[in-house]
Design a protein around this ligand. Structure first.
Ligand SMILES: [Zn+2]
Ligand SMILES: [Zn+2]
Ligand SMILES: [Zn+2]
Length: 453
């Protein structure tokens, strides 16, 4: 819940730069209501899942608190060990006090753990928060070093993220272990974000063979064609070479890309998967075509044209990257990846206490009329998010240049791209709310019908 301050104090607290962020945003009280996610008319019987804060709501709520806060204290909201030291998403042990740490996938947070009397069971050290028993993921002991927890009653030894793997690299080759570790670190970050956004994440290997996700991490065999990174009906293939920094940098240069990372690959490929799940054969398809173009355009011919002629010169007016101009499917996947980049990076910035006053920069903010649907319920949140992102990245790019590094965010977000990002936000929100509806539906048959409708 946003702590309400007297209106005068709020206005005084907000710096001039922040004022611009609210251009066209409407009354602050209306914004409070929206971001608290508790509209007056919500039924008291509404399913718990529907009220669970999702990543988008958490980030925009924190943004609002950060822009408004005039207190210097208690700004750091990163994960903390029981000893008080900050801990990070990938930590499995506290470096200060030696406590075991684990990522609890339902709370989606790293917590200190206590051993339960015997064997491999663990509990969070805060039983008021969660008093169930957990095991560590079997991949903690492997090169992947996975710090996630598996509910004690589950039959699989692997966590939600690791059970998505169908093929991992051959670990008898010592080099593969190091590459695989980088791959799993990036993958867990993406999976955690998908869970926090309330999106479905089930393993195609053993949980949902028809609609799930699975990964093949492959090396190109000597003398054979190169393994291609891509997506096909829930199977995401990643060429393990992409985890090798010099190799990936070489490819980035050849492809003239400003940005190429493992995280970016995962976010892009999973975007194709969610297009199949959330757009194909849904009510969103016609709207998708209006905004991104007709995906029935010959895909192979589009790739060939891009290979021979390069992107159209005016691609920055319509797309976030030049590759997005190849085909509507690639435009969707690139824009989807950007949506995930923005929400995750802002979330991290806010966890570490970066706030409005720290980030004054001359940027021309977007207004609500620039959105895909200015009348959408969450239009105010989206504008707050995007304008905060523009300010933050302006500063981070300057910081990177001060260190002689590549820009932190080497992209320009045009108005058409903002419209596409807002469309994606609406699709994600719809998916989350529909899955909560399905969870409420009593007979399994009804849930199945809704899922395929
Ligand atoms: Zn500690
Ligand atoms: Zn795991
Ligand atoms: Zn793609």
């Amino acid at each position: 819940m946003v702590k309400r301050r007297p209106a005068a104090a709020r206005h005084r607290a907000r710096p001039p730069a922040a004022n611009d962020l609210f251009r066209g945003v409407g009354t602050e009280d209306a914004l409070d209501q929206r971001i608290d996610g508790r509209p007056e008319n919500r039924s008291p019987t509404a399913c718990h899942a529907n009220n669970m804060p999702n990543l988008f709501d958490i980030v925009t709520k924190r943004l609002l608190e950060a822009w408004r806060s005039d207190e210097a204290g208690d700004r750091r909201q990163g994960y903390r060990c029981r000893c008080g030291r900050p801990v990070y998403f990938l930590n499995s042990v506290c470096l200060a006090c030696g406590a075991e740490l684990g990522f609890q996938p339902e709370l989606r947070e790293v917590h200190a753990l206590e051993p339960v009397a015997n064997g491999d069971r663990r509990r969070l050290d805060d039983p008021a928060l969660d008093d169930r028993e957990w095991r560590r993921c079997a991949n903690l002991a492997t090169a992947a070093g996975c710090n996630w927890l598996v509910a004690a009653e589950e039959t699989t030894p692997f966590c939600i993220s690791c059970r998505l793997n169908r093929t991992i690299p051959d670990l008898t080759d010592p080099e593969n272990g190091e590459l695989w570790r980088k791959i799993e670190n990036a993958k867990r970050r993406v999976v955690a974000q998908l869970l926090r956004l309330g999106l479905p994440v089930k393993s195609k290997v053993n949980e949902d063979v028809e609609h799930g996700i699975m990964f093949d991490f492959l090396r190109s065999p000597p003398g054979a064609p190169r393994v291609l990174t891509g997506h096909d009906q829930g199977l995401i293939t990643l060429n393990v070479e992409e985890a090798d920094d010099p190799t990936r940098e070489q490819i980035r240069k050849e492809m003239r890309e400003p940005y190429r990372t493992l995280l970016g690959h995962f976010r892009h490929e999973i975007g194709h998967y969610y297009w199949d799940r959330l757009i194909a054969e849904t009510a969103w398809l016609d709207k998708f075509r209006e905004l991104f173009g007709d995906e029935r355009e010959d895909y192979a011919a589009a790739l060939q044209r891009n290979y021979e002629q390069g992107p159209p010169p005016d691609w920055p007016d319509r797309h976030i990257t030049s590759y997005a101009s190849v085909h509507p499917w690639e435009d969707w996947a690139e824009t989807w990846a950007h949506y995930l980049h923005v929400v995750d990076s802002l979330d991290t910035a806010l966890r570490f206490g970066l706030r409005g006053e720290d980030v004054e920069a001359a940027v021309e903010p977007f207004s609500i009329d620039d959105l895909y649907d200015p009348a959408a319920d969450d239009a105010q949140q989206v504008i707050l998010l995007v304008n905060s992102w523009l300010q933050l990245t302006t500063v981070l790019n300057e910081l990177a240049r001060s260190m002689g590094q590549h820009d932190f965010y080497p992209f320009v977000m045009s108005r058409p791209v903002l419209r596409k990002m807002h469309f994606i936000q609406m699709v994600v929100k719809d998916a989350r709310e529909n899955s909560a509806d399905r969870a409420r539906a009593a007979p399994p048959a009804a849930a199945t019908a809704a899922a395929s409708g």
